[in-house]
Design a protein around this ligand. Structure first.
Ligand SMILES: Nc1ncnc2c1ncn2[C@@H]1O[C@H](COP(=O)(O)OP(=O)(O)O)[C@@H](O)[C@H]1O
Ligand SMILES: [Mg+2]
Length: 235
């Protein structure tokens, strides 16, 4: 296949070809097999779809999930691919992917709350990817109340440091129609942040006190939500 001919536009849902394409999890866009092949050929992920298209399991039933093995997440906003156990690549479909790349570079050098920035990938069709540390996502039930308590304290302190270092994450509310703060991750030993799309890098001439206050409120609410009622029997 000539990678140069691969479109950089995602298809619309009415162009979905079930035999080869994948629908985004919000149902708004479709990625073609050519586009997926370009991504896999460029990134060479450790896991490839088991078959050309692994929606069919070997047990013969049709899996309705619009997902295949290297894909961690595909929405109309972004595609996140597992390159291996330690790294992922995020391709943003926003109008300004460079902004997110530069935000991520700066934010991750100032705070290790963010995934380590490993590099940038330029795909032949113009897409840009951020290769970054893969963060393992844990369930809070994996931790004792004491462990969680320490993680919460460290997190609040690191958020203060983040703000003092001139960075506001700026997207720590609930995901649309959900009660999950999707960009705050409970990881192996600490709480982490992902998704630098809306990050604000403070400068002298922008007043971000409102965004910073909002962020502090989000964090305090999150701390209350995490490990609340019911945790007394876990210690
Ligand atoms: N560094 C990472 N490690 C592991 N999973 C990640 C990482 N970054 C993103 N993801 C997964 O991909 C999803 C979408 O990533 P995100 O950066 O939030 O994209 P979007 O801008 O589309 O919201 C996340 O909800 C998470 O499940
Ligand atoms: Mg997100």
């Amino acid at each position: 296949m000539d990678n140069n001919t691969v479109s950089n536009k995602l298809k619309e849902p009415d162009q979905f070809q079930q035999e080869s394409d994948i629908m985004s999890n919000d149902g708004l866009k479709v990625i073609s097999r050519d586009q997926l092949s370009l991504v896999y050929d460029t990134l060479n992920p450790k896991e490839r779809p088991i078959t050309f298209w692994d929606k069919y399991s070997k047990f013969g039933y049709f899996m309705s999930y619009n997902i295949e093995s290297p894909i961690i997440s595909f929405s109309s906003k972004s595609l996140v691919i597992a390159i291996n156990q330690d790294q992922v690549c995020k391709i943003s479909f926003s109008d300004n992917p460079e902004k997110e790349i530069s935000n991520h570079k700066i934010a991750s050098t100032r705070s290790n709350l963010f995934p380590e920035f490993i590099g940038q990938v330029d795909f032949n069709n113009g897409w840009k990817g951020i290769v970054m540390e893969r963060i393992r996502i844990y369930n809070q039930l994996n931790f004792s109340a004491g462990e969680l308590h320490k993680m919460k304290l460290d997190f609040v302190n690191q958020i203060d440091d983040l703000h003092n270092n001139g960075i506001i994450h700026n997207d720590l509310g609930f995901a649309k129609n959900s009660d999950v703060r999707i960009n705050i991750i409970i990881s192996e030993k600490k709480i982490r942040l992902i998704d630098c799309e809306k990050v604000i890098i403070k400068s002298n001439n922008n007043d971000c006190s409102k965004e910073q206050d909002d962020e502090r409120n989000n964090i305090h609410e999150f701390i209350g939500e995490l490990g609340g009622y019911g945790f007394c029997y876990l210690t």
